[in-house]
Ligand binder design. Structure first.
Ligand code: AMP
Ligand code: MN
Ligand code: MN
Length: 337
């Protein structure tokens, strides 16, 4: 794993922002199907740009303009515009939580054409695109990097910025449970909470609230899970899948499946967990998790995806069983120990 941003990279990112005029167009972009870190780090930073006096700041992400319900009340959500309303030729582009350009869809062109750009990310698999690169694979969330740049720009944390960054941090650490939950993560969380946040209320809204139909859908999809004890060199794999028809039957949008990996990965008999979620005919978004036996980011990258060592994803094709066959075959090549 490489180190985080160098002093020169931080200085270049500060210079990129400072050399932008107050009325220049600034476009923020996060990854397709945005999660709490993508939206939270992007909107928190966008609010910081507003505090600095920038008047023309927009935030967007590629594809369907579907913001998961828990994030619709994030401060700064008024910065969000659908992809077609993004600035056509912004002076500065900032990219959040994006491991590879493919996660930017058609907006990758906006990044390539911008006179100045900054990439803020924390994926070990980051492919190295963009202008100034603030990529820290040791950071628990992209919001850690965003806070680093805000503080270097002299933006004080207020309750609105802090709520965005906190939601991002809580999302990517699994509510402060994952290995990346270091002393510095808790120190940042403390500074964020000190602005007046109410963590209980934020957690309830962000993680512990879902429609009845989403619960029924989850129950059905968990009910068809398969345990394969011999997979991953005998460390075990558990997998399940969900189709667009499942979503339709329960009247649910696709993002409700994003947290389904959590109950699946709690299965004690399996190191590896896999959730295969249909996105179109014969096309599936695949979530991979490991408890330490497999570098699932290796598996994902080999299939054109990306992620972190123990949490990764890619796009698969065919039937769910075909996708799982591919994963099962690859697991043995990426055993860690
Ligand atoms: P998910 O399973 O969707 O929660 O994603 C787990 C991790 O893998 C996240 O850090 C994602 O950014 C990353 N990831 C998921 N799908 C892809 C993909 N198709 N390409 C690159 N990275 C991905
Ligand atoms: Mn993300
Ligand atoms: Mn992230």
């Amino acid at each position: 794993m490489t180190d985080g941003p160098s002093a020169d990279q931080w200085a270049a990112a500060v210079a990129a922002v400072r050399s932008t005029g107050p009325d220049d167009e600034i476009q923020l972009i996060c990854h397709v199907n945005p999660d709490g870190d993508a939206l939270g780090s992007m909107l928190g930073f966008g609010l910081g740009l507003r505090r600095l006096g920038f008047t023309r700041v927009r935030a967007t992400f590629p594809g369907d303009f579907e913001v998961p319900t828990p994030y619709q009340r994030l401060p700064g959500v008024d910065l969000l515009v659908p992809e077609p309303d993004a600035f056509a030729g912004p002076r500065l582009v900032l990219v959040f939580d994006v491991a590879s350009e493919s996660r930017l869809g058609a907006l990758a062109g906006r990044l390539a054409a911008a006179p100045a750009s900054v990439v803020l990310d924390h994926h070990a698999s980051n492919t190295g695109f963009g202008g100034v690169r603030l990529v820290d694979p040791h950071a628990a969330a992209t919001s850690v990097v965003a806070e680093g740049l805000l503080s270097r720009l002299g933006v004080p944390l207020d309750a609105e910025i802090a709520e965005c960054l906190y939601v991002a941090l809580a999302t990517d650490t699994g509510s402060f449970k994952f290995d990346m939950t270091t002393v510095s993560v808790h120190e940042l969380a403390a500074r964020l909470i000190a602005t007046g946040l109410r963590p209980g209320e934020i957690s309830r809204r962000t993680f512990d609230s879902k429609p009845f139909g989403a619960m029924k859908l989850t129950g059905e999809v968990i009910g068809r899970a398969v345990l394969e004890p011999a997979a991953a060199g005998g460390r075990g794999m558990v997998w399940t899948y969900a189709t667009l028809a499942d979503l339709e039957r329960h009247g649910q949008p696709p993002y409700v499946l994003d947290t389904l990996i959590d109950p699946v990965r709690s299965v004690a008999e399996a190191d590896v967990s896999v959730v295969v979620k249909q996105t179109a005919a014969g096309e599936w978004s695949v979530s991979l998790r490991s408890k330490g036996a497999v570098d699932v980011s290796g598996v994902a990258v080999s299939q054109g995806g990306g992620g972190h060592r123990l949490a990764a994803g890619f796009t698969g094709y065919g039937e769910p069983a075909d996708v799982v066959d591919t994963v099962r075959r690859l697991l043995d090549s990426y055993l860690i120990r």
